[in-house]
Design a binder for this molecule. Sequence first.
Ligand SMILES: Nc1nc2c(ncn2[C@@H]2O[C@H](COP(=O)(O)OP(=O)(O)OP(=O)(O)O)[C@@H](O)[C@H]2O)c(=O)[nH]1
Length: 819
Amino acid sequence: MELPPQPASTRAPKRERTQQGRLASKSQGSAFDQMFGDSPYFAFVISEAGRLLACNAHMHSLLGPFADDVPAAQLYAGWVLPMLQSEALPTARMRGHWRGEVELVGHDGSSHPVTQTIEWRANAQPPSYLCLAYPLDDYDVYESRLRFKYLFEAHPQPMWVYDLETLRFMVVNAAAVAQYGYTEAEFLHMTIRDIRPPQEVERLEQNLAATPRKGADQSGAWTHVRRDGSRLKVDISSHAVTLAGRPCRLVFAHDITERLRLQAELQLRGRALEASVNAVVITQHTADGDRVEYANPAFSQLLGHAPENVLGQQLETLLGLQANDDHQQAVHAAMLSHQEVTLLLHIRHRDGAQLWTQMHVAPVPATDDAIGRHVCVLTDMTAILDYQAQLEHQANHDALTGLPNRVLLSDRMAQAITFSQRFGHSLWLVAIDLDNFKLTNDHLGHQAGDELLRAVADRLCACVNEGDTVARLGGDEFLLLLPVANQRPMASLLQLVQQAVAAPLTLAQQTVAVTCSIGVSVFPADGAEPEQLLKHADIAMYRAKEAGRNQVQFYEAAMHARVAERALIEAELRHALAREELSLVYQPKLDLRSGAVTGMEALLRWQHPTLGSVSPARFIGVAEETGMIVAIGRWVLRMACTQAMAWQQAGLPALRVAVNLSARQFRDQALLEEVRAALDDSGLAPQYLELELTESLMMHNVDEAVAAIENLKQLGIALSIDDFGTGYSSLAYLKQFPVDYLKIDQSFTRDMLDEPRVAAIVRSVIALGHSLGFKVIAEGVETAPQLDYLRSNDCDEIQGYYFSRPLMPDAFAALLRSS
Ligand SMILES: Nc1nc2c(ncn2[C@@H]2O[C@H](COP(=O)(O)OP(=O)(O)OP(=O)(O)O)[C@@H](O)[C@H]2O)c(=O)[nH]1
C-alpha cells in the first residue's frame, strides 16, 4: 500500500537507496544521525513519495532487516494507513506538523503503539516528512497518555517537559506551540536555552545548578523569546518528573505580559489619581448614603481631613453639607440618579471655611445593575467664583466710592419701576451734583477731591433707607433712587441730603464745605421710562445750578423746552462761523461835553437761515459754556480791528472800537498774542482798540486779573469795566486795575430817574470813577432826560438808542460822514 499518490515510477530515486539495514541517506546526512542517532525516540524520514529515507538506531532495531527503498506503509499497522493517508500526512503538509497515536509494526509482526509526530520539511533535500515516535507500552500507559493528552495537551497554558541533563524539550503542548510560534518538531530539536534572551542565559544556568532533581516546585518570572523574536514575560512554575526513565522537569509557563502591562497601567492611573490637583473620591453606595472607599491626597487637602480619617466616612458629612439643605439634597439625588451629574456645591472645610466646588458624579453600576460605587471629582471653584464676583462687582460699581454705577442703576431702576407700577407707588429720582467741585480739585488736589467724593457717598448712604439706591454716575454726580410708599417725608429727606453734603469736612488740613444742586424727577408724573426720568432729573438739577446752586428743583415740562432750545442753539452755533452767519454791528459812543462821536462798541449778531436773527441773549451763554466763545471772540476782535482800520483808511475820523471780552477769553493764555496779532494784521494803532471786561470776571481772581490787565495795557490799548455796579467790586481792588473807563450798566441808566437810590448809585459811580482817574460812560441811554441827568452829573460819555441804535457798517460810516 502506497501512502501519498505514487509518482509515475514506483521505484524510489537512486539517491534514496542506501545499504540494506542501515538507512541513512546522503540527502539526510550526518545531521540526522547527530540529532536522532542515539535518541530514545523512533526517528525516521519519509519521502514525499511515501518511501523510507532514513531511520535511527532505535527504529532500526524495531524494523529489523528490511529491503532497501521500503514503502513507509509497511511500518504501520493496517488500521493506521487510511488515517495516515487521509489525515496525518495532508495535515502535516498543510500545517507543517501532525501529532497522533498510531501503531508501528515490527519486523517480527509485533505491535508498537506510539505517539507520533510528523513534520513536513519543505526545505529539506529532498522535501520529506520527519517522523518521531515514542512508545506507549501498555494499556495503563496508554490510559495515562490519554489523561496526559487532556491534562497536558489540551491545557490552555503553555507546558513542556525538558530533560534536566540535555535541557532538551521532551514534550510540548499545543498552547506552547501556539504561544511561542515554533512547531512541535522544532521544539523537540531545541533546548530551554533557546527560548531565553542572551541576557537571561546566565541566570538560567545558575537556576539550573540549584534546581533540585526531584520534587520541590520552583517558580519565578522570566523573559522568553518567541520564534519571531518578540518577547513575553512568563511566570514559570516547574516540577520534577521522570520521562522515559530520565530526570526531567514539567514546566508551566503562564504568560504574564498582559498582567504586567495592566499592572503598569493601573500603577500609572493610580499615580495620576494621586497626583491630580482635583479631589477624586470613590464611594460605595449604601443604604445610609455613600461612604468613602478611596480618596486621593487632593481630596484630603481640599477638606482638611487627614487621609486616614476619610475612609469609611459618609461623603455628605465630609463635605460639611447641612442635613436637608439644597446642596445636600442635590448630592443625595445625584447619588440615586444612575447618571453622570455635575453640581455646584457650597461645601465646608474642616476649619469651617466655606468653599465653592464643582462636583462631577459618575456612577459605576454594580453587576446586578444596582447602584454600586460613585466616582466623584471635585474642583475647587472658590477662587474662580470670587474672581467672577469681583469682576461683576467692578462692572456694576464705581471704583472710587463702591457705589452702584450707571449699569447697576439702570437695572435697579427697571426693577423699581416695575415694582412701583405694580403697587401704585411713586418713585423719586434725585440727581445731586456738587457745586463748584472743580475748585476743590484745583485748590486741594485731586486726592482731596477723591476723599470728598467718598465722604459724600458715605453721607448720602447714611441719609437713605434700605431699599433705596445711592449711585455715582461719574465725576461729582450722584443719584438717589427712592421708592416712595405711604407717608415718606420726602421734603425733609431732601433737606437732610443738602445738610449732610454741606457739613464741613477736613481735607488736606483745611476745613471744606461744599453745597450741592439737586434735581428731582418723579415716576410716573415725569416719565415712565428710566432714560426719560434720568434726563428729567438732570434737567431739573441744571436748573438748580442756573438758579444759583445749593437748591432743589423739581422737574417741570417747561424746563425741557429750555433744554431743547439750548441744544438747538448749541448745534447750530457750531457751524455759524464757518457758514458766515455771524456779523458785527456798531453802536456809537458820544462825548457828553462836545457831542462828538468818540468811538463805537462792536456788537455781535447772528443771522440764522431758519431761526432768523438770534439774539445774543440766546446764544452768548451757550457759546460761553461750550467754549465756542474763544473762537468767536477771536473772530470778533479781528473783524472789529479790520473794520476800524478800513474806516480810517476811507478817510473817516479815527475812532476807538470797543470789543467785549468773555471770561473764557480772558483766561485764555493766548489772548495777549491774539490781540497783538489782530492789531498787527489790521494795522490798527493800539489806542484805537478798547477791550470791555466785566466786573465779575475781574473780581474772580484779582491777582491774576491785575497781571493780565497790566499785560494788555502794555500793548497800548484802552480797557473798560463793563456792567459796573452789578457785581461785587471791591474798592480796594478797583484802584489796582489800570483801566480807562467805568461803564455804568444800562439797568442803572434805565431806573435812575425813577429811583432815587439808583440815581445815588449812578452819581457815586461817576464820582468814584473820576476819583480813581477813570472816565465814566453810561450805556442804555434812551431819552433826553436821561442824557441831561448824566451830563449834569458830569458823566463823560454815553451810548444808547437815544443817539443811535447799533448800526450795520455802511450805516455807521454814513453816520460818521454826516456828523
Ligand atoms: N477728584 C476727582 N475729581 C473728579 C473725578 N471725576 C471728575 N472729577 C472732576 O470733577 C469736576 C466736575 O466738574 P463740574 O461738575 O463740571 O463742575 P463743578 O466745578 O462742580 O461746577 P458745577 O457743577 O457747575 O457747580 C471736574 O473738574 C472733573 O475733573 C474724580 O473721580 N475725582
